[in-house]
Design a binder for this molecule. Structure first.
Ligand SMILES: [Zn+2]
Length: 299
């Protein structure tokens, strides 16, 4: 089954929710970054979360960035989503390898680290992006994200995220859900949400049984009558291009580019989010230097 995102609302009007299945895009991320299992799980959870948050944005061109800096061996985990829920991401140290936890699960919390921040950057095409940040609780990402919504946006939130890695290190199942209370929801609604989530069990088990995010969400919210508002395909999508990389090179300035020409004679730029590598020859770089010099003379 291809990766998919759904949005739903409960017919009583108290709960809204999103859910994703992200096996394919997580596997793509693994292949690009050559992540080992614990990094695959951390990055995969962040990508699933970013997708659901990105899909909540309204306008084309808007984006949301999820940055998790926990001081652990993985370094920073970064995931970016467009307003459709298509994502890209990266992790500083993809080759980190840790022993499994006593319960046999990947130790994402230790790999991410427990001392640091989860930051959400919403770029809404305004001058300044909206930035919110919370201290990490355990580095398992789902709980940290729920805490972010509660603290930073005052929205009671339950989040489940999961990535299951196979013996050959490929991704067997991935995805998650984001369940949020709407104004007017009382303690009884909170108790109902908590009860049905607990009864449903972990995300990876649900997705392994059936990769359809709708099935997962209906189980996680089994005490509610859900209306599905949207069902759409999502994927791993990068926005890089040769033109963007050229602009990045030009922004280094004539002097820096000249040093690059003298020392290396060319430049190979690799996108940090995907496997796009662009070669810029000596001639390409010299043309850039000339362009910068011409421009600065004019001014
Ligand atoms: Zn790229």
């Amino acid at each position: 089954m291809s990766d998919q995102l759904i949005r739903a609302i409960s017919r009583d009007g108290y709960v809204k929710a999103a859910a994703v299945s992200t096996r394919e895009l997580t596997e793509r991320a693994r292949q690009i970054h050559k992540t080992l299992p614990v990094a695959t799980a951390a990055l995969g959870r962040a990508l699933a979360a970013a997708s659901m948050m990105g899909n909540a944005l309204k306008e084309d061109g808007e984006s949301v960035t999820l940055q998790i800096k926990g001081g652990g061996p993985l370094g920073t985990v970064l995931a970016v989503s467009d307003n459709a829920g298509n994502v890209r991401g990266t992790v500083d140290e993809p080759a980190v390898d840790l022993p499994l936890r006593p319960d046999g699960k990947l130790d994402v919390g230790t790999a991410v680290g427990h001392e640091g921040t989860l930051t959400v950057i919403r770029d809404l095409n305004m001058k300044e992006p909206y930035v919110g940040s919370v201290g990490l609780l355990g580095g398992e990402i789902a709980e940290d994200l729920a805490a972010y919504f509660a603290e930073s946006e005052q929205i009671p939130t339950a989040c489940g995220l999961g990535v299951l890695v196979d013996r050959d290190q490929s991704v067997l199942a991935a995805g998650g859900y984001l369940i949020q209370l709407l104004p007017g929801a009382g303690e009884d609604v909170i108790a109902k949400v908590e009860g049905s989530i607990l009864a449903a069990g972990p995300v990876t088990a649900l997705l392994r049984e059936d990769p359809d995010p709708e099935t997962m969400l209906r189980k996680a919210l089994s005490d509610f009558d859900l209306e599905i508002l949207e069902k759409s395909p999502i994927g791993y999508r990068c926005t890089c291009s040769r033109e963007r990389m050229e602009r990045a090179l030009i922004s280094l300035g004539a002097e820096e580019l000249q040093t690059m020409i003298d020392e290396q004679g060319h430049a190979d730029l690799t996108c940090r989010f995907c496997d796009n590598v662009q070669h810029f020859s000596r001639e390409d770089l010299e043309a850039m230097v000339e362009g910068i010099r011409k421009k600065s003379k004019k001014n």
